[in-house]
Design a protein around this ligand. Structure first.
Ligand code: P6P
Length: 338
């Protein structure tokens, strides 16, 4: 029998992996908020948590009741953990600079409930987060220099998927991607897969995008998706409409997830700091690739971007190298910069 003390929980993994008490406390606060959000999603239909909250967030999205509740729970857990200097949330217009008496070292950018438009029909959603260490001296207050960084500065990236199971996927810089599944009977996330990797050959031929926007894509994106649908064995289309679910499937099964630029959103829809960056770090750590396609007039890797604003967006093309490389090659064939 496995000793309880040896049980492979996320708590044990964090303590063993970080070697940093403050980061461990932050991650335990983060996972507590994930468990509370999973419970709220499970009870949404019973606890009158479906529907709109009646407000619009910084990106112009209609806030759902659960968006607001999840955001409040994450902010409460993170501020009171005593480990955070600044919080950047999809649901808050401005960064939240934690009061000195409760402040710690870390900056956390997060989307508390991504894909929440799927909640009312019980389709999976998720939380996405990226954690940075402070860049400025801890002697003084944190500044925007601590907040606006490239994705290469991320110390820990992760997402929690609220689906048939509640799963948390996390990567520390250069330590691989690890998958944990919540065991509700224990209230613990249990280590289910170590060193998650894309299938060697790129895996299943799946493309994941909202093709309803395709008439507004640039010619290269239209051309590559058309090519994938041709031939004796065309690609399959899979699209949940929750980035966490679509990227989770892409990493585990293979293929590519796309949210390209289009005429209406020339810089794409997905937010760099709390969607693009954390997912790009995880996808690359799992052996995949994460590109914008064209951004700032050139072919650009998502993690290389230096965001100018906390809610800035970028086009997203992420998945197995086989398919991301095919998109980049199409841009080169079309003679676009990069
Ligand atoms: P569309 C959810 O709002 C989200 O940010 C991602 O989770 C998802 O992939 C995308 O937007 C869906 O956008 O335009 O297809 O509805």
């Amino acid at each position: 029998m496995v000793s309880v003390a040896e049980f492979p929980t996320l708590r044990r993994y964090i303590m063993a992996r970080t070697g940093d008490t403050e980061l461990s406390i932050l991650l335990m606060a983060m996972t507590l908020a994930c468990k509370a959000t999973a419970r709220a999603c499970n009870k949404a239909g019973i606890a009158d948590l479906f529907g709109l909250a009646g407000h619009v967030n910084a990106s112009g999205d209609d806030q759902k009741k659960l968006d607001v509740l999840a955001n409040d729970m994450f902010i409460d857990a993170l501020v009171n953990s005593g480990t955070c200097a600044v919080l950047v949330s999809e649901e808050n217009e401005e960064p939240l600079f934690v009061p000195k008496e409760k402040a710690g070292r870390f900056i956390v950018a997060f989307d508390p409930l991504d894909g929440s438009s799927n909640i009312d029909c019980n389709i999976s959603t998720g939380t996405i987060f990226a954690i940075y260490d402070r860049k400025t001296s801890a002697d003084g207050p944190a500044t925007m220099e601590d907040v606006l960084r490239t994705g290469h500065d991320i110390k820990v990236a992760g997402y929690c998927m609220y689906g048939a199971a509640t799963e948390l996927v996390i990567t520390f810089q250069s330590h691989g991607v690890h998958r944990f599944t919540l065991d509700p009977s224990l209230g613990e996330f249990v280590h289910t897969t170590a060193h998650v990797k894309f299938p060697e050959d790129g895996g299943k031929t799946i493309y994941s995008c909202n093709e309803g926007h395709s008439k507004d894509w640039d010619p290269a994106m239209q051309a590559i998706v058309r090519k994938w649908k041709q031939g004796a064995k065309p690609y399959s289309a899979r699209y949940v409409g929750s980035m966490v679910s679509d990227v989770h499937r892409t990493i585990l099964y293979g293929g590519v997830y796309l949210y390209p630029a289009d005429k209406k959103k020339p810089n794409g829809k997905l937010r760099i700091m709390y969607e693009g960056f954390p997912m790009a770090m995880i996808v690359e750590a799992a052996g995949g690739a994460a590109s914008c396609g064209i951004f700032g007039g050139k072919i650009q890797r998502i993690l290389d971007i230096m965001p100018a604003r906390i809610h800035e967006t970028c086009p997203v093309i992420m998945g197995c190298k086989r398919d991301v490389d095919a998109v980049i090659e199409e841009y080169r064939l079309q003679g676009l910069p990069g």
